[in-house]
Design a protein around this ligand. Structure first.
Ligand code: DOR
Length: 439
């Protein structure tokens, strides 16, 4: 239900300035932002003292698992997890069963999203069934508002096919998002390749398998002029390659995940499959390089790669367990911590909301996307009311049993986080109040 709301006493974070102000919300839109403004009629008063008030977060990389993987997550449960994490929109990944590789499945997921707590944008597959053989009907999916295509879970292995996909995508004006892992190098590796993997007796998945596909796709993007987004980059060298390509003017953006900013490969020594993910957790030197780039403002987006798995897929020997970890509920605190838990909040909302909203083209409301609102805005009068109210002083302890996700595979169990979401407002609706989901 859309109520009138007033958010009192917080610090409003815009791209160019940070101001102490209240925010009044009426009929799903921001009515006024200012100091000690009058409450709209019947407004619910929300305390934001000590909080950063910014645009609702936007996740470029969420596995909602519907259709076909409902045991792990549904659009409804994943969106509730997103709301608790401060998100107002997520991009649903297409490695579902069936894959999102046709207008029919896109329409199904958009319809499921319309009933969810937050906006769901849909990514389509690049190839039919994500099988890496035949290009999917991207045009028919684009006509339903799909702007990002990816075979995530796997990279497109065939360079010739990726070249044709980029030519097609360029003509449609859409973005291709690549899961960068060359399978001829990654093989059946299950953790970062190196001396630790050798000592543990686990097959390695090298950084090179990622970097070689990053380099290949940057060359293809340069040749075609296609807009390219690189998913979950995990090594210092990938970062270097991307920054050099950007400097050269190649149309590329890239994301890193909270886990690649925080969790070192040493955690795999526990053989606990909760730490198994693709691409794998890397070295301390890789983490340091990614964190330094984040702080320097060189990273386009922190994206979760929220990858729920049911216990029977995860509670297996490390080399046989499904790769992936949950991310939505804790990404804001982990990003804040990676930023040093300091600063005025602008970088936090740049990498978690404004830049991802631009990459996914969610900055305008869209009827084609099922009536979704605009995200990543500046918190000005007249804008759609999508807000994330982040409290840097909270110190929640991660309890897997308390997660809203249908799955439990968080690698942060027992960890004390630096900050938490106090309220989330989506399309003017208060969907998280005092850290509690309202629906
Ligand atoms: O670890 C991963 N899990 N990496 C991916 O790219 C896919 C994801 C999944 O869908 O479980």
């Amino acid at each position: 239900m859309v109520e009138n709301l007033i958010v009192r006493g917080g610090t409003v974070v815009r791209s160019s300035e940070v101001v102490s102000a209240d925010v009044a919300i009426v009929d799903g839109r921001i009515l006024e932002v200012g100091s000690q403004i009058a409450a709209p009629t019947g407004a619910i008063e929300l305390d934001a003292t000590g909080c950063l008030v910014g645009p609702g977060l936007v996740d470029l990389h969420t596995h909602l698992r519907e259709p076909g993987g409902e045991e792990a997550e549904t659009v409804e449960t994943g969106c509730r997890a997103g709301a608790l994490g401060g998100y107002s929109a997520v991009v649903a990944m297409p490695n579902t069963i069936p894959a999102i590789d046709s207008a029919a499945v896109v329409a199904q997921v958009i319809a499921l999203g319309q009933a969810a707590a937050i906006d769901v944008a849909v990514a389509g597959a690049i190839t039919v069934g994500r099988a890496g053989q035949i290009l999917s009907p991207m045009a028919e999916m684009a006509s339903l508002g799909v702007t990002i295509f990816t075979d995530d879970g796997n990279g497109v292995q065939d360079a010739g096919l990726m070249l044709r996909a980029m030519q097609y995508a360029r003509g449609l004006g859409v973005t291709l998002a690549e899961h960068c892992e060359d399978e001829s190098l990654a093989g059946s590796g299950c953790m970062n390749a190196g001396s630790l993997a050798s000592r543990l007796g686990l097959p390695g998945r090298s950084g090179l398998s990622e970097e070689i596909m990053v380099a290949r796709d940057l060359a293809l993007a340069e040749a075609t002029g296609c807009s390219l987004h690189l998913l979950h980059l995990s090594t210092a060298r990938s970062l270097e390659l991307c920054l050099a390509a950007k400097a050269k003017g190649i149309d590329v953006t890239f994301e890193v995940t909270p886990h690649h900013l925080h969790l070192p490969e040493e955690l795999c020594a526990s053989y606990d499959p909760v730490f198994k993910v693709h691409p794998p957790l890397r070295t301390k030197a890789d983490i340091d390089a990614l964190v330094a780039a984040l702080i320097a403002g060189q990273i386009d987006a922190v994206a979760t790669d929220h990858a729920p798995h049911p216990a029977q897929a995860k509670d297996r020997p490390f080399d046989q367990a499904a790769p992936g970890m949950l991310g939505l509920e804790h990404a804001a605190a982990l990003t804040w911590e990676a930023l040093g838990a300091e600063g005025d909040g602008r970088m936090l909302f740049e990498v978690l909301s404004r830049r991802p909203a631009r990459i996914a083209r969610l900055t305008e409301a869209s009827e084609r996307r099922g009536g979704q609102s605009a995200h990543g805005g500046e918190l000005m009068a007249g804008e759609d009311a999508n807000l994330c109210i982040f409290d840097p002083s909270r110190r929640p302890i991660v309890d897997p049993a308390a997660l809203a996700s249908r799955s439990r595979n968080t690698p942060y169990a027992g960890r004390t986080l630096t900050g938490g979401i106090r309220h989330t407002i989506v399309r003017g609706e208060l969907i998280v109040r005092e850290s509690e989901a309202q629906r």
